[in-house]
Ligand binder design. Structure first.
Ligand SMILES: C[S@@+](CC[C@H](N)C(=O)[O-])C[C@H]1O[C@@H](n2cnc3c(N)ncnc32)[C@H](O)[C@@H]1O
Length: 269
């Protein structure tokens, strides 16, 4: 990830100077501003600035009100929002949405919600959704942990995807990694029995951490070789596809010679 400032860091780590032009507040930051979150947690994202192009801005104004929402403290009625009842899949940290859009087009029978804090990333996806008339994507702007805690009912998700979560490579930042025991437990609790959690990372050390955390989560069983299962036994019957389009981010990892580790778990029936 590029230009960052750590205004979202609620730890005792040294915090760099805030930017002279603050980015729009999102999730934790906004709630801290309003004072309603008493115990802000360490967040897994950095606050990044970035401007929308004029085209993105126009498409945002036209289309965001229909397909996007800011994270809120109330339960989400996905059926009403999508205008149809269909299995619900969320993607945490959808970035610029390359995978989100391709997967939505490949799986028109699913309702897909991309969750992201970075507005310029969401704006790219909003523009693509509009351009390509993708009907089965909705977007939430804010912290995915808030979404899972407050907006998503237990046992309601058919799938959760987390592709290339920020690895936070420095040891002192490991606590900021999204995939920790508590988050895995939260994600698993939102999956319906038989639902699927699909994670990919290009970071070897984070991969080891994810493997250990996933293996310790009693609500999950391995469905692919990395998680101790046999993917051929589940590929055809799983409620979401195991395939993943290659994103720009992943191509960069390939060029840098990093191996991609893929984890697929199922929620116990
Ligand atoms: C390394 S990028 C990967 C983006 C995308 N999944 C891809 O494969 O190209 C990780 C993304 O996760 C987002 N992110 C990190 N923590 C998040 C959270 N708690 N809620 C929502 N988005 C988050 C970041 O803003 C960033 O865009």
């Amino acid at each position: 990830m590029d230009a960052v400032n750590d205004v979202a860091n609620h730890t005792s780590e040294p915090v760099p100077e805030p930017p002279s032009t603050p980015s729009e507040p999102v999730g934790d930051e906004r709630r801290r501003g309003s004072g309603s979150r008493l115990y802000p947690r360490v967040t897994s994202f950095r606050s990044r600035r970035g401007a929308l192009t004029a085209t993105q801005q126009q498409s945002w104004q036209r289309t965001w009100p229909r397909i996007g929402r800011d994270v809120a403290d109330e339960p989400l009625n996905a059926t009403a929002w999508f205008g149809r009842e269909a299995p619900l899949v969320i993607e945490i940290g959808c970035g610029t949405g390359t995978a989100t859009a391709a997967m939505a087009q490949a799986e028109p029978h699913l309702n897909l919600i991309g969750i992201e804090v970075y507005k310029p990333g969401l704006a790219q996806l909003v523009h693509r959704v509009e351009r390509e008339n993708i009907e089965n994507i909705r977007l939430l702007r804010g912290d995915a942990v808030d979404v899972l805690e407050n907006m998503i009912a237990e046992q309601s998700l058919t799938g959760v995807r987390v592709f290339f979560p920020d690895p936070w490579p420095k040891a002192r930042h490991h606590k900021r990694r999204l995939l920790q025991p508590a988050t895995l437990t939260l994600i698993a609790s939102r999956l319906r029995p038989g639902g699927v959690l699909h994670v990919a990372t290009d970071h070897a050390d984070y991969a080891e951490h994810i493997a250990a955390v996933g293996a310790a989560e009693p609500q999950l069983i391995g469905l692919n070789e990395t998680t101790g299962g046999v993917s051929a036994d589940h590929r055809e019957t799983a409620p979401i596809g195991f395939e993943r389009p290659i994103t720009k981010f992943e191509s960069k990892a390939h060029r840098a010679g990093s191996a991609i580790t893929e984890f697929i778990w199922g929620k116990i029936e």
